[in-house]
Ligand binder design. Structure first.
Ligand SMILES: [Zn+2]
Length: 237
């Protein structure tokens, strides 16, 4: 039977993940966290879209416990734009992050999100990752505003960003949608520091209240969705 699946994918592992996880755990929502193992414990503010915001990152010794209910995925060791890295650097940024996160979390890691936004990967980067690392899916930042399943797991486009002006109408459309013959996927992406940036924690809790506890929605991590869809397709062919 077709499913309606909701997932979230949040990047950078900043300290606001603590509040975010406490919030989504209260609503039994599931998420994937894309982490930079070379930046754990770093303390700095950034200017993001013109707004100064705390971008301190969690420490390595809290990773295992903080993310225990969720998926951990690669976001590279140091967050470079992979297009500007030579072949060796692309592989080491992904593979070394995979190894460090596997060791710290004790979890099986299968996915990643490309660092540095939408135009930060190309066919060379994808080929290097798929041929040299265990990473099998990678999220982009190109929102498509639909509930479509990915056509290419290495170019997995999300539905929308946490601050999308259409977030609530997309959520209502998803709640009212019928899965029919095909699975539907509502895939939200963002950064927990952006709730500080936009002052939108309360609004996001309202969203959690709306999207959670719907009996016909399955709440999964991105890795669980990858595994579910690849197994399902393997059976049907
Ligand atoms: Zn990032």
């Amino acid at each position: 039977m077709a499913r309606k699946i909701f997932t979230m994918s949040f990047d950078d592992g900043t300290v606001q993940d603590r509040r975010f996880i406490e919030l989504i755990d209260r609503y039994n929502l599931r998420a994937t966290f894309n982490l930079n193992s070379g930046n754990f414990g770093s303390v700095h503010n950034i200017t993001h879209e013109g707004i100064n915001v705390c971008h301190d990152e969690v420490s390595s010794d809290e990773v295992r416990n903080l993310y225990r209910n969720h998926e951990i995925a690669v976001h590279t060791v140091h967050h470079p734009n992979l297009i500007n890295c030579d072949d060796e650097k692309v592989i080491s940024e992904v593979l070394d992050d995979y190894k460090a996160l596997s060791e710290l979390s004790g979890k099986t890691i299968t996915g990643m999100a490309y660092p540095c936004g939408g135009h930060c990967f190309d066919d060379r980067v994808i080929k290097l990752i798929t041929e040299n690392t265990p990473i099998r899916y990678a999220r982009t930042t190109d929102s498509h505003h639909t509930f479509a399943l990915p056509e290419d797991f290495m170019k997995w486009n999300p539905t929308c960003h946490q601050n999308d002006p259409e977030l609530f109408s997309i959520a209502k459309d998803f709640i009212n949608a019928e899965a029919g013959e095909n699975d539907l996927l509502f895939y939200l992406w963002g950064h927990s520091f952006e709730f500080d940036k936009f002052g939108s924690w309360e609004k996001f809790e309202e969203f959690c209240r709306l999207i959670s506890k719907n009996r016909d929605i399955t709440y999964m991590t991105c890795g669980e969705i990858y595994s579910y869809l690849t197994k399902k397709n393997a059976v049907s062919f």
